[in-house]
Every structure is written in C-alpha cells, then in structure tokens.
Design a binder for this molecule. Structure first.
Ligand code: 5RP
Length: 226
C-alpha cells in the first residue's frame, strides 16, 4: 500500500472542499499551504463563482494570479461558506489558527460566513488544544505586557520574529506565540484573552469554530461534522 505524503493529503482535502463552494456566490478563502491547494482547485471552477473574500495578502495574490476576483469584506454582507486550514482542531470543531500569521482576517471572514469548512491533514486533529504554539496578534506597545500575562498563567510567550525583527502582520501588528497551554475550555479561554488590553486577536477559534472538517487520512478524506 502506498502512503500519501502530507502534501498529497493537503491536495486531497483542498480538492474535496470544492463540493462546499456554492455556484454563483462569493466564497470565503483562508490562508496557508492547505488553502493554497484549495485555491488551485478553485481555479478550475472559477467561472462558476462570483469571486472570493480573502483572509490575507498572500491568498489575495494567489487568487488574483489565477484569475479569481477578490472582493473587499466590506462589499459583502454574508458568505455561504468559508474554507480554511487549522494548526489544531479538536473533536468539537474548536481550533488553533494563526501559524501563517493571518488569524485576525481569518476570524473576520469566518465571522461573516454561515459555515466554516476546515481542511486539514490528520496530524492536526487533537484531543485538547494547546500543543501547537498559540498565536496572539497584539498591538506592538502591548506585546511585553501580554507576554507577562501569559507567564502569570504558567505559560511561555515569545514574540514572533522574521529576519531577526518582530514579524509585522498584514494589519501592521505583532504576534506572540504561546506554549505550555492546555486549553480545556476554548470558549472561556478565547473570551478571557480577547479582553486583555492590546490583544487584537487570539488564535483560539471557538466562537468561530468549524462546522465541518475535511480530514486527509491514509484512507482518504474523512468528513467530521460538529
Ligand atoms: C494561517 C492559518 C492556517 O490555516 C494554519 O496555519 C494552517 O496552515 P497550513 O495549511 O499551512 O498547515 O491559520 O494563519
């Protein structure tokens, strides 16, 4: 039996997500290597959709390069479906996201969508969120204070760097990545961290959880519904 590589599993779920795209409508598009596979697949049906609302500069550029029209989120009241990856997803559809630094726009587009379809390879499925370093987008002047608040919870927070300087998100903000967490109640955790001064977005997606997860496995695509 030949086993599929992680990259092939991503291609598989990216293609499987086409089934959830509603003809004639605008689709919400996430960010990341799995979503890139979805965008490539979406190009094959681009004449059947109006276009996309994108969650990052990177996805916008990829969509446009393939001839898919990108709408500003403000031009669209509601989207039927949002397709995005995850860094971790649990058995309730709660997720950690933001590994690709796009969590804020991802949460915005997810919030304006009726259905969140998560696409992921099966290494992302976990019992409890928190092994993957939790991304938190912060206003730069609050970074140290937010990191101290995580330290007070017994966790370790680090400023995300790129080329030895703080990474700057599409929104002009910084990111901290937090390890040492076991997020047993994602709704409570998200609500709490959201209200810390200077936090723009916490990478726990509990209020904007997935309703469906297309999980790439050696046996093919498993569909989880939450
Ligand atoms: C980007 C994200 C991505 O969905 C997440 O990082 C998963 O990415 P990949 O598909 O490359 O594993 O949240 O901010």
């Amino acid at each position: 039996m030949t086993t599929l590589s992680q990259d092939e599993l991503k291609t598989l779920v990216g293609q499987a997500a086409l089934k959830y795209v509603v003809p004639g409508e605008i689709v919400g598009v996430g960010t990341g290597s799995t979503v890139n596979k979805f965008i490539d697949a979406l190009a094959s049906i681009k004449d059947q959709i109006k276009g996309a609302v994108s969650s990052s500069v990177a996805s916008t550029e990829r969509l446009q390069a393939l001839g898919i029209r990108v709408f500003d989120a403000n031009e669209v009241a509601e989207l039927a479906v949002y397709i995005d990856g995850a860094d971790e997803i649990d058995h309730q559809g709660y997720m950690i996201k933001g590994g690709g630094a796009a969590l804020t726009r991802e949460k915005i587009v997810a919030a304006q969508s009726r259905q969140f379809v998560c696409i992921a390879d099966d290494s992302k499925l976990v019992k409890t969120l928190g092994t993957y370093p939790l991304p938190v987008e912060v206003i730069p002047m609050a970074a140290q204070r937010v990191m101290r608040q995580f330290a007070a919870m017994g966790a370790q927070a680090r400023l995300r760097l790129r080329n030895d300087a703080p990474l700057v998100t599409d929104n002009g903000q910084h990111l901290v990545d937090v390890t040492g967490l076991q997020i047993s109640d994602p709704l409570v955790f998200e609500a709490e961290v959201n209200q810390w001064p200077g936090v723009v977005t916490v990478g726990v997606f509990a209020f904007q959880k997935a309703q469906i997860c297309l999980l790439g496995t050696v046996d093919g695509v498993r569909t989880l519904t939450f």
